[in-house]
Write a protein that binds this ligand. Structure first.
Ligand SMILES: Cc1cc2nc3c(=O)[nH]c(=O)nc-3n(C[C@H](O)[C@H](O)[C@H](O)COP(=O)(O)OP(=O)(O)OC[C@H]3O[C@@H](n4cnc5c(N)ncnc54)[C@H](O)[C@@H]3O)c2cc1C
Length: 445
């Protein structure tokens, strides 16, 4: 175990705080930690891919990572994989894919730990069919606030399990988990892309069922007029989808070339450069392609540390989910930010299916819209506060893994089952040892 003071920011780099970073490489170390006096509590940190302050803990302890890469055990007969919480989803998929399995839920970056995926109950581009990550967790090992190791699953202690899934690390430290996998015949995706220039048409197309397994739309909010979106629809490719030369090694996984983001004193990413990027992306849209799974699921991972390109002002992401009855809000929110002169640099629209039972899990049936905002041109706080109110009125919520600005009242209105979550947390952590900047800001701890 090693420890040192360090400054922590989320992936968006809009929040900063200092804490003692402790590396714990075994469950025993984590358990012993719980018997140490700690004035400001402790929070687990994975790979720091949450945008805000979820994995930071001012003046307290940040515990990371929990046994990274300490071995991955695949049981092909049962189609399950067991790994330590610090293992990245990218590593898990690189291990399972050549063996004919993949993770059923993958977020937009593979640089996410198993612990972080459970704590945020992450969702992918296939939420309608697959649900969120928690639905595929067969069981997890958790160190609670008293230093006891517990095995939680949806069948045993379901309240404690579902409070941990989506619980943003505030119920304990996940040390290990077993996940059910999806069998696949190839390591490639068959992707159909199309341009859609009308917002209503986009919604109608995305809501069509039955659809492909994966669907996502990248909306260009900086287009000179109206709306244009690149709609991507994909399924896992079958052997017959592969060209003859590739059928000899259908599950082959190539190592992807990753470019480092160049060190820059001033952010090169602003409306002008992003307008160009969006226009190029739109121009390339159209047709059917075979893509390697990582290129389809995690396009942004091709440039490591791209968040630094936004400079010191960082990148504010605002992601909300609303039911179908509030579909009008999707376009209205983009319009309002555009009219105020703070257009989202990019908007990602996903169709969402039924929620998992987690009281703090983000996804609900309907729509999710993620808006990338660069605070360099002025933070649109007033508009986001208004949007918060409309999201609440519509029965929707914002995503805690992306949040860095919401307060307790708004959060309680968005997540009415917080009292139920608190009861489960009180069982797991009666002395309130698990604390984070996000938890204090939102009143969760
Ligand atoms: C480019 C990009 C794309 C993304 N796309 C998506 C997407 O499509 N869908 C989606 O749902 N999310 C998405 N995210 C968000 C990301 O999946 C989540 O924020 C995820 O939780 C990050 O995992 P992490 O390992 O980096 O955890 P961190 O960011 O380090 O921590 C996140 C939370 O997990 C908790 N935690 C971490 N490890 C443990 C542990 N061992 N035990 C208990 N709690 C723990 C932390 O306390 C914290 O509350 C994206 C993020 C980025 C940067």
């Amino acid at each position: 175990m090693s420890s040192r003071p360090q400054e922590f920011t989320g992936w968006g780099r809009t929040t900063r705080s200092r804490a003692l970073l402790v590396h714990a490489d075994s469950e025993g170390v984590v358990r012993r930690m719980m018997h140490r006096p700690m004035a400001h509590g402790l929070i687990a940190r994975g790979l720091g891919r949450s945008y805000g302050d979820a994995a930071a803990n001012a003046d307290g302890i940040v515990l990371a990572p929990v046994a990274p890469d300490a071995g991955v055990e695949l049981d092909p007969a049962r189609g399950v994989v067991t790994a330590t919480a610090g293992t990245s989803l990218g590593r898990l998929v690189r291990y399972t894919l050549p063996r004919g399995f993949t993770l059923p839920v993958l977020p937009g970056t593979a640089q996410v730990t198993l612990g972080g995926a459970i704590a945020a109950d992450v969702h992918g581009k296939n939420h309608v069919g697959a649900g969120s990550f928690g639905r595929w967790v067969e069981g997890l090992d958790l160190v609670d606030g008293a230093g006891a190791a517990r095995r939680l699953g949806p069948g045993e202690d379901p309240e404690l399990f579902w409070a941990t899934v989506g619980g943003m690390g505030l119920t304990g430290i996940v040390t290990r988990a077993t996940i059910r996998l999806l069998p696949v015949a190839t390591s490639r995706m068959r992707v159909v892309t199309r341009r859609v220039d009308d917002f209503d048409e986009l919604l109608a197309r995305m809501a069509t069922e039955p659809g492909p397994a994966y669907r996502v739309a990248w909306v260009d909010c900086l287009a000179p007029t109206g709306y244009r979106a690149a709609l991507e629809e994909a399924d896992h490719a079958g052997i017959d989808d592969l060209p003859a030369a590739e059928r000899r090694d259908p599950l082959g996984v190539r190592t992807r070339r990753v470019l480092p983001a160049p060190p820059v004193p001033i952010s090169p990413l602003g409306p002008r450069s992003i307008r160009l990027f969006n226009a190029l992306r739109y121009a390339r849209t159209g047709g059917i392609q075979l893509r390697a799974a990582d290129a389809f699921f995690h396009p942004l991972d091709a440039v490591s540390g791209w968040n630094r390109l936004y400079g010191r002002g960082g990148l504010l992401q605002y992601q909300y989910a609303v039911p179908d009855s509030a579909a009008d809000l999707l376009r209205a929110s983009i319009d309002r930010l555009r009219a105020a002169g703070t257009p989202p640099l990019l908007a990602v629209l996903k169709r969402m299916g039924a929620a998992t039972p987690g009281p703090l899990s983000f996804p609900i049936a309907g729509w999710s819209l993620a808006l990338d905002l660069s605070p360099a041109g002025g933070r649109p706080d007033r508009i986001l506060d208004e949007l918060d109110r409309e999201v609440v009125a519509a029965g929707g919520r914002i995503y805690l893994a992306k949040d860095s600005r919401t307060g307790p009242e708004t959060l309680s209105a968005m997540y009415p089952r917080i009292p139920e979550w608190r009861r489960a947390r009180a069982c797991l952590d009666p002395d309130g040892r698990f604390r984070s900047d996000l938890g204090r800001r939102t009143g969760l701890c």
